[in-house]
Design a binder for this molecule. Sequence first.
Ligand code: SF4
Ligand code: SF4
Length: 299
Amino acid sequence: MSDAPEQNPFATPLIPIKLSLDDTIQFNCHKGIACFNKCCQQIDLTLAPYDIVRLKNRLGLGTREFLAQYTVPFALDGQEMPGIKMRTKDETTVCPLLIEEGCSVYEDRPTACRYYALGQMAMRKMGSATDEELYFVVKEDHCLGHQEPRKLTVGEYRKEQGVEDYDAINRGWRQVILKKRSSGPTVGKPSTRSYQLFFMASYDMDTFLKFILSEGFSEVYDLDEATFELLKNDEAERVKFGARFLKQVLFGELTIPVKQNAIEKRVEKRRTEITARQANEKTSDFDARYDGSAEDGNI
Ligand code: SF4
Ligand code: SF4
């Protein structure tokens, strides 16, 4: 049996020494260290859904505004799967949220910032249905934290950095990416619409909420009022629901209950709408032609 490693979006090209939660690392980062802020001056920061929620709330922005001002797109799978990175300050590699005193959003900093100088990856053993989360040390020349005498376990470091909640909320989304990467062409090439839904349910939680509250959504998905309320008021729950939704959209997993005959009814409704629109367009054409002609004296 061999391992089939699939690194998550936060992984680096390094060949890592795998660590588990009980393994010990030697590292400390503090304000007095000579390299303070060096890591924030050379960023290549992939953002996960809950990172965006925390940052846009911290900055008092809507998701669209945050994405436009602070991020750049890239392909998560090197092809078409939409990914988001933090934009850097003009013509530099410096994080836009860095100020002289340090990180201006420290309590809401993204997952990758919390993990550094650890990296994280997920692996799935062949034949296994579950992923295994592993960690590795990222050693970069500018980072002096590795020379500090403090020793602690990976588990203790994760707790100290407040990364456990972030991971729990983003876990379903990471599973979607892992599955897409590891299944390759076997799940077929997602349509443009699927990628649009992926972007919305991953990064644009404001628009995703409007989508959830739309009539079309309720016609297809069978959710009770309490779930709608939860999704309306709790963005972390919305992120987790987004991953369930994407498993359904991309892989056909029945993760959200669907109303009986919902798809058929939707198709029928859509067909009626198109027919009505086409009839309306013909009438409008007719009106425009004859109205216009009359005004122009062309009859
Ligand atoms: S978000 Fe904060 S911790 Fe992360 S790179 Fe920017 S300034 Fe540094
Ligand atoms: S010790 Fe490493 S993580 Fe801490 S400020 Fe220095 S470069 Fe950044």
